[in-house]
Design a protein around this ligand. Structure first.
Ligand code: COI
Length: 354
């Protein structure tokens, strides 16, 4: 498929050098798009100005959330080349999410070429300050203007780009989590392992209540017994208990994070004992009280490696890690960001050079 280019002057102001970027506040000049129709399949790939779009208010994604997305990051390497972290993993996960949401599979090679061309065009937007990156948001939304609850016949695939800093306002300081017992994120048979719009919509109420109570995010428990730890609002979760690094197993209700997978590999190769298993919030609480729990941290594209300093469960505050980043999290942060930014060699071939 050819990728058409529609270029014109898009007078967007870039953030000043050194200005705090926050997360997802600025967007670059151009985006990549392609469309799907039953008659033509995926077609019409193009790079075009990222400007507000007009759409019918009956557009089905607005009503029934038939849509999916991904998150990736691009970095400027010390030699000036652009690198994207493990994009093939994201495309593959996006097509798995598409399958769960009845969205037709998209051609990963076209998406990859579209991303490469877009990044080459937008290289001036890639920030190079510490802890910054160009965040990549591929998305597919259902486009039929129709109110029946059915799989749409038409879809829009787009990639927008946003220069970002830290996901959390207080950077690498440990976050406070509230173990949630009223609301659940997902249940067996639901959409928990898909990166779909509805999962995030359903999480907002608990997230807002947690923020009002002074927490950064919710620690989700399983939707059946509310006993086993699943994940955090925007990241997977790891615990270090008796020198073993434990993360909840991927049982179908948890997002299969690419940062999670990369961390497990880095940990195993650094000689840590790791385990992917069910871990109950009771076990975490016991380990916190006995001192066996030495660290907890979240992993995600946006969150990178984010230490956890406190978990509130049933009104009790479990302190973790003495209020600072622990050694396992620090090792992972150093290795992961080192590979991403080109500060360290990339023995696993995780950098896709544009
Ligand atoms: C990511 O880490 O890329 C995410 O998609 C999490 C969140 C910002 C929704």
């Amino acid at each position: 498929m050819e990728i058409e280019r529609i270029l014109r002057d898009v007078p967007k102001k870039k953030p000043e050098k050194g200005e705090p970027l926050g997360f997802g506040k600025y967007f670059t000049d151009y985006m990549f798009t392609m469309r799907y129709s039953k008659a033509e399949g995926w077609h019409g790939a193009r790079i075009e100005p990222n400007v507000p779009q007009a759409f019918d208010l009956a557009t089905s994604v607005l009503h029934y959330a038939q849509g999916i997305f991904e998150g990736m990051k691009a970095f400027l390497l010390p030699d000036g080349r652009i690198s994207v972290f493990r994009p093939a993993e994201n495309w593959a996960r996006m097509n798995r999410s598409a399958d769960r949401l009845c969205i037709p599979p998209f051609p990963e090679d076209v998406a990859e070429r579209g991303l490469e061309e877009l990044l080459a065009l937008e290289r001036e937007w890639i920030p190079d300050g510490p802890g910054t990156a160009l965040y990549i948001r591929p998305t597919i939304v259902a486009c039929d203007a129709a109110l029946g609850v059915h799989a749409s016949k038409g879809y829009l695939f787009f990639i927008i780009l946003s220069p970002v800093g830290s996901y959390y306002a207080h950077g690498l300081e440990p976050v406070k989590l509230l173990a949630e017992e009223t609301y659940v994120r997902s249940c067996p048979g639901g959409t928990g392992e898909a990166k779909c719009l509805g999962n995030y919509a359903a999480s907002i109420k608990a997230g807002e209540l947690a923020e009002e109570a002074g927490f950064d995010q919710v620690l989700w428990l399983d939707g059946v017994e509310k006993k086993y730890v699943e994940e955090v609002g925007s990241m997977n979760i790891f615990f270090v208990i008796d020198k073993e690094v434990v993360t909840p197993a991927l049982t179908g209700t948890i997002l299969p994070g690419i940062t999670r997978k990369s961390c497990l590999q880095l940990l195993r190769e650094a000689g840590y004992r790791t385990s992917e298993r069910r871990i109950s919030i009771g076990e975490v609480a016991e380990a916190a009280k006995s001192g066996a729990l030495t660290e907890a941290f979240g992993t995600g594209t946006a969150a990178v490696i984010s230490p956890v300093g406190l978990i509130r469960y049933r009104g009790e505050d479990l302190q973790v890690g003495g209020g600072k980043m622990g050694e396992v999290a620090a090792m992972l942060y150093d290795r992961l960001t080192g590979i991403q930014t080109g500060r360290l060699p990339d023995p696993y071939g995780w950098r896709k050079i544009i």
